[in-house]
Design a protein around this ligand. Structure first.
Ligand SMILES: Nc1ncnc2c1ncn2[C@@H]1O[C@H](COP(=O)(O)OP(=O)(O)OP(=O)(O)O)[C@@H](O)[C@H]1O
Ligand SMILES: [Mg+2]
Length: 505
């Protein structure tokens, strides 16, 4: 066995994040590590890579007991990790990023030519056609991630750990990543893959291990573990009830349109082509398109993060000024951005503080939200979004990644805006909480709020939306409503070639 974790245990003040977990990884295998938000996946990986010190248990690499006390030590032993947020240096070139810390030298001096040659060798077989002399930061996240993998593989070479690597990649990029992972597997690496995308898990992984509440529940070959049982293992309950709640958020009849907002000719040169959009009270508008199609850019324009070069936004009272996010918030807009981990969270403040934050900013700091009200809000959202925590006063930085995202979501929901934009609201969030979040969106719209949901998960988008807008190349290429909202139509619009470009209202 390449890697064996035995009875791994890790406790954080008063809570067991890992409870005598066993885990094995063979060479030439891709092994998925799955579980709900807070199940202990990242903690297991951090114990393995020396970020955390384990309380008990042992780690055997090639049968030898190891205890890495830092990521660089783990790397030297053969264990490399790539996180969702790439930890490379965007201002260095691709070649420099690949080789820093182990630059090829001639007479003690770094030789750029040798450096480039080494970098080219490292990228061999990755199918990447990139300029080694360009800054890494000028490439997409997908390319940066592949570069990070190439570096990790070069430095470690035995075990590769991917913790939610695909969360911000589009389909094509995911395929690119998978091709690389398969090649590395065939070279004999052992690969640990953490993801909430079950399709990807089944497409890529040989075995699956499920954690729940810090315990290992099952390890099985992925071809013998069917999806329903897998989800049951993750949730720890039978699935019948779950499916019921998934159906609930499917809307019966669209609301009669009562106009809320009107975007007319809104655009920004080189960013988003001018578009019109009438938003009605109580509707859910789904926005779809590949990464880079202009989805997030459109949301940023609507929320005043980027200035519009053209167009007007108005409501029943008249034109709105949206020069910056503060204007947008004052106008009753909310925006939960895609990059919640970096944008949204103040890690050392409590869950309660984080939820109340935006609301407090809107009221002004002199009019404090009363303590009792704060507590009520926090308790309410912890329950409704199933935020896994020992209580509302826990620092957000101590929550698992998915639970941190739920806190940011709660913050915007608590503001009760009239128009709320959710960019990838369920990304990084486990299957159990998925349905609850969509259900919550429906409840909000029943009270008159309009919601714009941006999502790459088409099934989810189709289930929750009254209308779907498809973007391509920074412009709207299709609008679907009613019974036209089908997977086939959406996929067709996303993929259609330019000759067929047209906007059907
Ligand atoms: N630094 C920390 N201090 C205190 N508690 C922590 C810390 N890191 C993690 N925890 C707790 O340990 C548990 C497991 O968290 P972990 O991050 O491993 O979950 P995860 O399975 O990776 O979830 P996700 O899918 O949301 O990323 C959670 O209850 C979390 O609150
Ligand atoms: Mg995690």
């Amino acid at each position: 066995m390449l890697l064996a974790l035995q009875s791994l245990t890790k406790t954080f003040v008063g809570m067991k994040a890992l409870d005598e977990v066993d885990f094995e990884l063979a060479s030439g295998e891709v092994h998925a590590l799955l579980g709900e938000n807070g199940a202990g996946k990242s903690t297991l990986i951090k114990c393995l890579t020396g970020v955390y010190r384990r309380d008990a248990g042992s780690i055997l690499l090639d049968g030898r007991d190891i205890s890495p006390d830092s990521t660089s030590r783990a790397q030297a032993l053969g264990i490399g990790t790539v996180y969702q947020e790439v930890n490379l240096l965007p201002n260095l070139t691709v070649a420099q990023n690949l080789t820093f810390g182990h630059e090829p030298r001639r007479f003690g001096i770094i030789s750029p030519r040798a450096q480039r040659r080494r970098a080219a060798q490292m990228l061999e077989g990755y199918g990447l056609d990139i300029d080694l002399d360009r800054d890494l930061g000028s490439y997409s996240v997908a390319v940066q991630q592949l570069v990070a993998i190439a570096r990790a593989v070069e430095l470690s070479g035995r075990v590769l750990i991917l913790d939610e690597p695909t969360a911000s990649l589009d389909d094509r990029e995911v395929q690119m990543l998978f091709a690389v992972v398969r090649r590395l597997r065939d070279r004999g690496l052992g690969i640990i893959f953490v993801s909430h995308f079950l399709d990807q898990v089944y497409a890529l992984c040989d075995r699956i291990t499920v954690l729940r509440n810090g315990c290992r529940i099952v390890t099985e070959r992925s071809d013998s573990l069917d999806r329903v049982r897998l989800i049951e293992h993750m949730l720890g309950r039978e699935l019948a009830a779950q499916e019921e709640s998934e159906k609930r958020h499917r809307r019966s009849a669209p609301l009669a349109g009562e106009p809320l907002l009107s975007f007319a000719g809104v655009g920004r040169r080189g960013f988003v082509e001018p578009f019109d959009l009438e938003v009605q009270r109580g509707e859910v508008i789904g926005m779809s398109g590949l990464l880079g199609s202009g989805r997030t850019e459109t949301a940023e324009l609507m929320f005043g993060i980027r200035r519009m070069h053209s167009g007007t936004v108005s409501d029943a009272e008249g034109d709105l000024r949206l020069n910056n996010p503060r204007d947008a918030i004052a106008a009753g807009f909310g925006f939960a951005p895609e990059d919640r981990k970096t944008d949204g969270i103040i890690a050392d403040l409590s869950i309660r503080d984080n939820i109340v934050l935006a609301m407090q900013a809107r009221r002004g700091w002199l009019r404090r939200v009363p303590r009792a009200e704060q507590k009520r809000l926090a308790a309410d959202y912890i329950e409704r979004l199933d935020i896994r925590t020992s209580g509302p006063e826990k620092a957000v930085g101590e929550l698992s990644g998915g639970n941190q995202q739920k806190v940011v979501l709660a913050r915007w929901l608590a503001m009760n805006p009239r128009f709320l934009v959710l960019d990838e609201p369920t990304r990084g969030i486990d299957v159990g909480a998925h349905a609850e979040i969509l259900q919550l969106v429906r409840e909000l719209t029943a009270r008159g709020m309009a919601v714009l949901v941006i999502s790459s998960e088409l099934d989810e988008l189709i289930a929750v939306s009254d209308r779907v807008i498809v973007l391509r190349d920074r412009r709207q290429v299709a609008r679907l409503s009613g019974s036209d909202i089908t997977l086939e139509n959406v996929v067709h619009a996303i993929a259609a070639s330019d000759e067929h470009r047209e906007v059907s209202a």
